[in-house]
Design a protein around this ligand. Structure first.
Ligand SMILES: N[C@@H](CCC(=O)N[C@@H](CS)C(=O)NCC(=O)O)C(=O)O
Length: 209
């Protein structure tokens, strides 16, 4: 099994899951330039990570890779407790992060630079920060009574952790969201998470862990 990743990108979630599972895998770092190279575009025409390979079979799309890993390694118990409802809870929160939260970051990653006007671009970024604050407040409320976003630790938690790192790096105001802060500290207290952060050459998001 092989994961192509960029440090701190959404591929970090698959990297942590592979480490939690404990099966041998290879992790290959891809630079910004390599993402758009002919070789990489043959693997993923989107020129994006994550890309996952298993015995010559190539899988893209973060939610698909995370689900594949949860299904291939059921003993890791990262896809719910085996019931349809608990799997649906995992997928509910995975979809929340993948489809609602992740795309809302896009203006902060430069997608509105085409506007060509500094004030309009700044406005789009502030709008994204406000929208993200509202989305993260929902995750914070869910974590008030749960250590993990879908109840038990799952593939949804790793993706939530990644977008919380992006929130910190992009000055999204999460100051009143203590449950999210505790969640990040909980993730970063995990030796497997620390090992992956060190491998990707990136720091922790939580000052206290
Ligand atoms: N829908 C895709 C999105 C993947 C994505 O946005 N990847 C980002 C990193 S988080 C990337 O590689 N961006 C580079 C680019 O688009 O140039 C998925 O869920 O896998």
């Amino acid at each position: 099994m092989k994961l192509y990743y960029a440090p701190g990108a959404c591929s970090l979630s698959d990297h942590i899951v592979l480490e939690w599972i404990g099966n041998p895998y290879e992790a290959q770092k891809v630079s910004r330039e390599e993402l758009k190279s002919a070789d990489f575009l043959r693997l993923n025409p989107a020129g994006a990570v994550p890309v996952f390979e298993d015995e010559g079979w190539v899988l893209t799309q973060n939610a698909a890779i995370l689900n594949y890993l949860a299904d291939t390694f059921p003993d890791a118990k990262l896809g719910g407790d085996g019931s349809a409802r608990s799997r649906a809870e995992v997928n509910r929160w995975l979809a929340f992060v993948n489809a609602d939260v992740h795309p809302t970051f896009k203006p902060l990653f430069g997608t509105t630079s085409y506007l060509g006007d500094d004030a309009a671009i700044a406005n789009s970024k502030e709008h994204a920060r406000t929208a993200l604050k509202g989305l993260f407040a929902r995750a914070d409320a869910q974590l008030a009574n749960n250590a993990w976003i879908a109840g038990e630790r799952s593939i949804a938690d790793v993706y939530l952790y990644v977008v919380l790192r992006w929130a910190k790096a992009n000055e999204v105001d999460l100051s009143a969201m203590d449950h999210l802060a505790k969640f990040v500290a909980r993730m970063e207290a995990d030796p497997a998470v620390r090992k992956v952060l060190a491998e990707e050459g990136i720091g922790r998001a939580s000052p206290s862990s």
